[in-house]
Ligand binder design. Structure first.
Ligand SMILES: NC(=O)c1ccc[n+]([C@@H]2O[C@H](COP(=O)([O-])OP(=O)(O)OC[C@H]3O[C@@H](n4cnc5c(N)ncnc54)[C@H](O)[C@@H]3O)[C@@H](O)[C@H]2O)c1
Length: 437
């Protein structure tokens, strides 16, 4: 047995995680719980500082374990990437966003790869976890690592294993979500499988890094396309005066062959709106147009405009116009009960509302103030939800369904409620004030 395999089997291999965000931090904790010595790397010194002071920057994640690992000297967190040499297994969890032109932005990954190459030493396993198009691991990372003169599968090992984190999901977490793994060589695969088997309940090996890369994209494209389908049907149902949510609930009683997806005000988050474009971009190299992705993208991107139309219509029925109306947006996180507002549809809607002269207020129990983002700069603070604030708005727009919201009470005190999530379905009194969007 090789030194590295032996160390993995004994849980003695030092696991270094690059990028301690929504994916990297829970992964670090899981490997720590499995007993591995740990190193956490991030370019953001504030994150490293927060961890050293026992503060979590991810609201739904308890980092008590991190404090324990630090105290027991099981964990080092650092911005000093020269220390990558000390890690036996390096797992990469850095962002893979899109550029302004909706093309893959691999700059974070390529920077990281160069840094690893500068610190590579024989006997290391490098695994990419960030979502990306098929071919990234072996076309973009491998040549850079090979320039060191070290040989793949002998001196160093390379694999891809997509993250399947679902922040805030109480049922599934890093430890009990099966992990797909593809290796650049059979030996790379063996080592990566052995490593993950120590930390997660089930490991699913596939034949190549490209198959593993596409697996992640298929999962996210599947969601993207199905959400587009129900979004399109929602618009049709609006015209036909049929309740789309009632229809989905009824169809969900079919015990086979149907998985429910729900319409919404537009896509949000770091994965579903972004990842499909990684594949359509790569497909162009093969003279291939990914038409489902294109169509789903068009429909999903149009949803905030649909919400805006419905909101305008709702105000109109009360003889009010959007220009000058006070709109209270409920929720800027992209989904329920988390503090992640990346690519949130709330921002697109808020921008459209502002362009049309509406005054925007917002409430989000998880996001107290809006920081300037890549595409927007609202500089607003979450206002408290009181009878008075509700009464003083012209319309309340429900975008995110946080558990804290009491819709019965909101509908009672707001003059008008536009509901994009079907969260007011059980509200009794004041139904005439509710408008579905
Ligand atoms: N958030 C999710 O739910 C989720 C789920 C599945 C997959 N993913 C994928 O996982 C990857 C990471 O996503 P995330 O949500 O954890 O992002 P994130 O922004 O929360 O975390 C990324 C971290 O990497 C750090 N970083 C950036 N550049 C770096 C560099 N050059 N070296 C070291 N650290 C660097 C950032 O400071 C940040 O802390 C992405 O590819 C994403 O698509 C995310």
């Amino acid at each position: 047995m090789s030194d590295l395999m032996q160390k993995i089997q004994d849980c003695g291999a030092t696991v270094g995680i690059i990028g301690l965000g929504y994916v990297g931090l829970p992964l670090l904790i899981r490997f720590g719980e499995a007993g591995f010595p740990l190193m956490g790397f991030d370019v953001d010194a504030r994150k490293i500082d927060a961890l050293l002071h026992g503060e979590s920057y991810i609201k739904h994640l308890s980092i008590e374990a991190v404090g324990r690992f630090l105290a027991d000297k099981q964990l080092v967190v650092t911005i000093d990437f020269d220390r990558l040499k000390e890690a036996d297994c390096i797992l990469i969890c850095v962002p893979t966003p899109l550029t302004e032109k909706l093309e893959p932005d691999l700059s974070y990954l390529l920077d990281t790869t160069e840094t690893i190459a500068r610190n590579l030493r024989p006997g290391q396993l490098v695994v990419l976890e960030s979502t990306t198009y098929p071919g990234t691991t072996e076309e973009m990372m491998l040549p850079r690592l090979r320039r060191t003169g070290y040989e793949l599968g002998k001196d160093f090992h390379l694999a891809f294993s997509p993250e399947r984190e679902d922040p805030g999901n109480p049922r599934f977490h890093t430890g009990n979500i099966p992990k797909v793994v593809g290796g650049a060589t059979p030996r790379c695969l063996e080592l990566a499988v052995a490593l993950y088997q120590k930390a997660v309940s089930r490991v699913v090996p596939v034949s190549s890094t490209r198959a593993a890369e596409l697996t992640k994209l298929l999962e996210n494209i599947y969601r993207n396309v199905n959400i587009a389908l129900v979004n399109e049907l929602k618009v049709l149902c609006g015209k036909m005066d049929i309740d789309i949510w009632e229809v989905i609930e009824a169809a969900s009683t079919k015990p086979f062959g149907f998985a429910p997806f729900y319409p919404g005000p537009g896509l949000g988050g770091h994965c579903i709106p972004i990842d499909p474009f990684y594949l359509s971009w790569k497909a162009r190299e093969y003279d291939f147009a990914t038409r489902f992705i294109q169509l789903a993208g068009e429909i999903n991107i149009s949803m905030p405009y649909y919400v805006l139309d419905r909101l305008t219509e709702a105000l109109n029925r009360q003889r009010k116009c959007l220009n000058g109306s006070k709109v209270l947006v409920l929720g800027v996180a992209y989904k329920k009960d988390i503090d992640d507002d990346r690519e949130s549809p709330s921002y697109v809607i808020m921008e459209l509302l502002m362009e049309r002269g509406a005054e925007i207020l917002y409430n989000d129990p998880h996001i107290p103030r809006l920081k300037p983002g890549r595409k927007h700069d609202f500089r607003l603070e979450s206002i408290p939800l009181t009878e008075e604030t509700l009464r003083e708005t012209d319309v309340v727009l429900v975008v995110t369904d946080h558990s804290q919201y009491d819709y019965e009470w909101i509908v009672e005190h707001a003059p008008l409620v536009v509901d994009t999530r079907n969260v007011t379905k059980n509200v009794g009194k004041g139904r005439e004030k509710i408008f579905k969007a």
